[in-house]
Design a protein. Structure first.
Lengths: 503, 168
């Protein structure tokens, strides 16, 4: 029966209109991903309106295509300009930009695209095989677990993005978490640190903050009078070298794929968390930890595989529970409803072949994304050869537009500028910007879940130690903090000294 | 000279840690007092107050800032840090790079806070790019005008006409 469903899907795919739709929608997605400020959510939402009235299978194919394209497109600007096209590409920029600066942007983009391709394939397989199992696990996540997940994310990111100065990474993360507290709170609707300003009460928009933190310092640094040595860019992708790197790091691909799917299944946790988590795991398990942050290929591979594996992971709860894993998949869920599908427990009985259809759509979208991504990057890679005095004013205009289009408010452009200044100060004083951004992303989740949990437990902290998943998080967080104070190495030294004295 | 300043600022982040830890401590204190004020205003049990997480974050920030401050004093002490800061400031105030960056920031600010809200996007972006490119000495007037006009038109076409996204 499964083979029949697969054959039916391929027959649908081979029609010229569907093939054309697939190519155009992936291209549109890549374009959205490349432009800072335009997100995958926006791309899927924009296309949903346009698909109204066309055949459901063509509509779903185009939505999956644009979703895959938009998530993957962010890698290009992350590597070339250190401006992540999407928040999910922020972890990629950490090493990707350094690879680009080394004159290997072509190789970096190939690795990013190929990892994104593998991650998407991994997600598609997960949709097919792991749907029931992972859905059960995600249902065990309560408020306490979500709070600890947010805390863990910021601590982890602070440790790994700080370039050896963890204290500064944590400070940056705490500042980000605080920025996310500005505005009406989720439980009491109390305006925190808003000073009666209506725009502040709505909370600070994420995308302008991201653009400011990462884009602005690059732009301002280019105003220096010094003659910057032109970066000699290799226009060849060095596919053989890329493939051999990917083969040698295949364990990273598999691990990041699992992490991406796992994070994707958990509702409300977006692709960016998966990127950081995969990056952290790659760094922790790498033999060359010191290379991370300085242009490690493994960093790009881990982040991109993890981010793209979340696409499949996000779709799993959409299909089985009608609960979206991220904002993009929430729009996808609405689109499925619009086209007459009924995601949820009845989907498997009403339309049993749908799960195969979605998986195959993901796989073919990944193939098209890989090819188109490499074609597009032939042109985007030339950005590095443009005189920065011409390029940077243009980039700033795009940053301003990207901030404005989020909600059609000048307030968002002002926020981009203000956080740009903050980003500049952070970079000059050697504070990493990435934990700050992750703090802003996870801040609302941490706040609402912490207080909801405390209300449910009457202010008791006991569930932190009685719930198994919580306990695992608490232990990991404690180890991460204690490791920074060199408690373990001191303990080891004391133990070894004792043993030596005894012998 | 320029290179020397760059090296000085890159290699000696201790005095930056010193000054940033003081600023961060002040921010942390502001967050702590602000959070306590929020909790008092809202009332009810403290564990469900909107000031709970900001208070926790303020305390954590204060702790980290104190650690950073202590670390910055390890080798040089307070007077050493202050004299390094003074020397750094004296050098930086003469630096051409810093002046260029400040002028650039002012131009970016004018575009963000004045030109964009006042003029339609096509005009504001064109004026901004021509002006900034000329200040940065990016090429002749003709070159700069052609590039700026092409970019403004392309961004407008892409967002406003193709994606139907409204621009200012």
């Amino acid at each position: 029966m499964a083979i029949q469903y697969i054959l039916d899907t391929f027959t649908q795919l081979l029609s010229p209109i569907n093939l054309l739709t697939l190519v155009l929608s992936v291209f549109f997605g890549l374009l959205v991903g490349v432009l800072p400020g335009l997100t995958s959510t926006m791309a899927v939402a924009l296309l949903t309106g346009l698909t109204y009235g066309i055949a459901p299978e063509t509509a779903i194919l185009s939505l999956i295509g644009v979703y895959v394209g938009a998530i993957s497109g962010g890698v290009q600007t992350a590597i070339l300009l250190n401006i992540p096209g999407t928040p999910a590409a922020a972890a990629t920029a950490l090493d990707g930009y350094k690879i680009g600066q080394r004159g290997e942007a072509g190789l970096g983009i190939f690795l990013g695209n190929a990892s994104a391709f593998l991650g998407t394939i991994f997600g598609a397989i997960a949709v097919l095989l792991l749907t029931p199992l992972l859905s059960v696990l995600s249902l065990k996540f309560g408020s306490w677990e979500f709070f600890l997940l947010a805390l863990f994310g910021v601590i982890m990111c602070g440790s790994l993005a700080s370039g050896g100065d963890t204290l500064k990474g944590w400070i940056s993360g705490i500042l980000g978490l605080f920025v996310a507290q500005i505005g009406l709170d989720a439980l009491n609707s109390y305006p925190r640190f808003s000073y009666g300003n209506v725009d502040l009460m709505a909370g600070l928009p994420l995308i302008p903050i991201m653009i400011g933190l990462f884009g602005f310092p690059e732009i301002v640094n280019s105003f220096k009078n010094e003659k910057v040595k032109a970066i000699k860019e290799e226009m060849t992708y060095r596919v053989r070298k890329g493939i051999s790197i990917l083969i040698s790091k295949f364990a990273t691909v598999i691990r990041s794929g699992f992490m991406g799917v796992g994070v994707g299944v958990i509702p409300g946790v977006g692709e960016d968390v998966a990127g950081w988590l995969s990056y952290w795991a790659a760094r922790v398990s790498s033999k060359n930890k010191e290379e991370f942050g300085k242009g490690a290929y493994e960093g790009v591979i881990a982040a991109e595989t993890g981010v793209n594996a979340t696409i499949g992971g996000n779709i799993i709860p959409v299909l089985t529970l009608a609960v979206p894993g991220s904002t993009s998949s929430a729009v996808l869920l609405a689109a499925l409803w619009l086209h007459g599908y009924r995601p949820g427990p009845l989907l498997m009985t009403e339309t049993p072949g749908f799960i195969y259809t979605i998986s195959i759509y993901l796989v073919v979208s990944a193939f098209v994304m890989l090819i188109l991504g490499l074609i597009i990057s032939r042109y985007t890679v030339k950005l590095l050869q443009i005189d920065k005095r011409i390029l940077m004013p243009i980039i700033f205009v795009i940053c301003a537009v990207g901030s404005f289009v989020i909600d059609n408010k000048f307030f968002s452009v002002y926020i981009m500028f203000i956080f740009g200044i903050i980003g500049l100060l952070l970079s000059k004083t050697k504070f990493p910007a990435a934990p700050f951004l992750l703090g802003v992303v996870l801040g609302p989740m941490a706040d609402s879940n912490l207080r909801r949990s405390l209300v449910l437990s009457d202010g008791s902290l006991a569930p932190l130690f009685t719930r198994p998943i919580c306990l695992v998080f608490v232990i990991i967080i404690a180890i991460m903090i204690l490791a920074q104070f060199k408690v373990f190495s001191k303990l080891q030294a004391v133990l070894f000294k004792k043993k030596a004295n005894e012998s | 000279m320029e290179k020397q300043i760059a090296t000085t600022t890159e290699d000696q982040p201790k005095h930056f840690d010193f000054i940033s830890s003081i600023c961060l401590s002040l921010i942390a204190l502001y967050i702590v007092f602000g959070s306590i004020k929020i909790s008092k205003e809202v009332g009810g049990p403290f564990y469900s107050s909107p000031g709970l997480l900001p208070l926790f974050l303020g305390c954590m920030l204060l702790l980290c800032s104190v650690l950073l401050f202590a670390r910055s004093l390890k080798k040089t002490g307070i007077s050493g840090n202050i004299s390094t800061l003074k020397a750094w400031f004296a050098e930086v105030s003469k630096s051409k790079d810093v002046m260029n960056m400040l002028i650039g920031i002012v131009i970016l600010g004018i575009f963000t806070f004045v030109l964009m809200p006042t003029f339609p996007f096509l005009i504001s972006s064109f004026i901004f790019m021509v002006f900034l490119m000329k200040v940065l000495d990016a090429g002749s007037y003709l070159k700069v005008i052609i590039i700026s006009a092409c970019v403004s038109a392309t961004v407008y076409t892409l967002f406003q006409i193709i994606f139907k996204v409204p621009l200012p």
